[in-house]
Design a protein around this ligand. Sequence first.
Ligand SMILES: NC(=O)c1ccc[n+]([C@@H]2O[C@H](COP(=O)([O-])OP(=O)(O)OC[C@H]3O[C@@H](n4cnc5c(N)ncnc54)[C@H](OP(=O)(O)O)[C@@H]3O)[C@@H](O)[C@H]2O)c1
Length: 411
Amino acid sequence: MSAVERKTACVTGGNGYIASALIKMLLEKGYAVNTTVRNPGEVLLLLSYSQVRVFAVFLPFRSDDIAKNSHLKDLQALGPLKVFRADMDEEGSFDDAVAGCDYAFLVAAPMNFNSENPEKDLVEAAVNGTLNAMRSCAKAGTVKRVIITSSDAAISRRPLQGDGHVLDEDSWSDVDYLRTEKPPAWSYSVSKVLLEKAACKFAEENNIDLVTVFPVFTLGAAPAPVARTSVPGILSLLSGEKHQQAAATANQINKLPSLKTLAKTRVTQLNLAAVFIYFSGDETQLEVLKPLQSITGSVSIVHVEDLCRAEIFLAEKESSSSSAAAAAAAAGRYICCSFNTTVLALARYMAGRYPQYNVQTDRFDGMPEKPRVSCSSEKLIREGFEFKYTNMGDILDDLVEYGRALGILPH
Ligand SMILES: NC(=O)c1ccc[n+]([C@@H]2O[C@H](COP(=O)([O-])OP(=O)(O)OC[C@H]3O[C@@H](n4cnc5c(N)ncnc54)[C@H](OP(=O)(O)O)[C@@H]3O)[C@@H](O)[C@H]2O)c1
């Protein structure tokens, strides 16, 4: 593809799980991609030898930055990929990454669930950070559409009695309920609602075409060598005899003498991932699944490939209904969900398919077998989108493979 025909997309948070899959798909489709990370470290240093428009700033880097960014070098083999430093907390930080882009995919988001001040660190940070990136898009003057990756946390966290509820894009999570009752990850849901409202207002005032996508639990393989969110969350259902052995391996990697050694010996991405020590059978992660289902009435899942396909589909759609966003509040909102299920059903599937991982289905005794509430992607499907992964088993099998590759699960 010639440089003239090639479209350019910015993807924020390139070391993240979903962003890494999106970057790969965009490059495979012939896009030029600009991505941002907070600490480019070694990636920036290496790219700056070969690329002209990349920041020439070298920042002190940490071993976890090297590990988190390592896939970006590999993705460069697929097409033009530039890495920029940007922080949502800094005004104007995204200006260079967004300049000249046709589309901006705002995927990065604060995810520090353990903050002692979640209103500041999650809610304010998400709203202000999104507006920072949107201001950069407005300044660029080339961005045809902004696609925000939100979450079903902006849709489904509301008190609903009984069962049989089907949530669509008219549904909003209840901020007052969340701030009063403070269920698990309440501030994350509040952040998603408020950032969307702020982004819609900004888009309306600045004539920006905005689409907001609401993925549910996103699973399956991605290029990211580290997965910190949904992947270890669902894999916490699985455990295994080799668990201790895997932990010992990670500890050894952690004790590697120096960062230089780490880079020189070209430790594989899989080993680098282990530095983060996310393992299966994680009690903390596992304990979140139960209350989460109690609030949302389901555990809903989508394959990461389908999410990325949906985001690109919505970006490219010429007559997206988002142009009417100012008039119709729900016009630019799209839920991305291919399967609504329960934690008990997930555990039963895993137990049957992977007996070696000692899934404790009995810890979910008494929990509903079927979802009480479902998230519907009818609107996305009506627009012409087709999900590739509609079978729970296919999504979970790919997740298990990815978990093994990352070292989260023993082989
Ligand atoms: N995974 C899911 O199941 C799921 C479901 C629904 C919605 N989502 C949404 O999808 C998006 C990506 O999620 P993910 O699962 O891929 O998470 P992830 O792997 O943790 O990625 C989050 C990214 O955001 C970046 N980030 C955080 N704070 C930042 C800041 N202040 N400035 C710049 N970048 C910042 C992180 O960079 P650092 O590495 O520097 O921290 C990281 O690259 C999020 O908006 C999330 O809410 C995810």
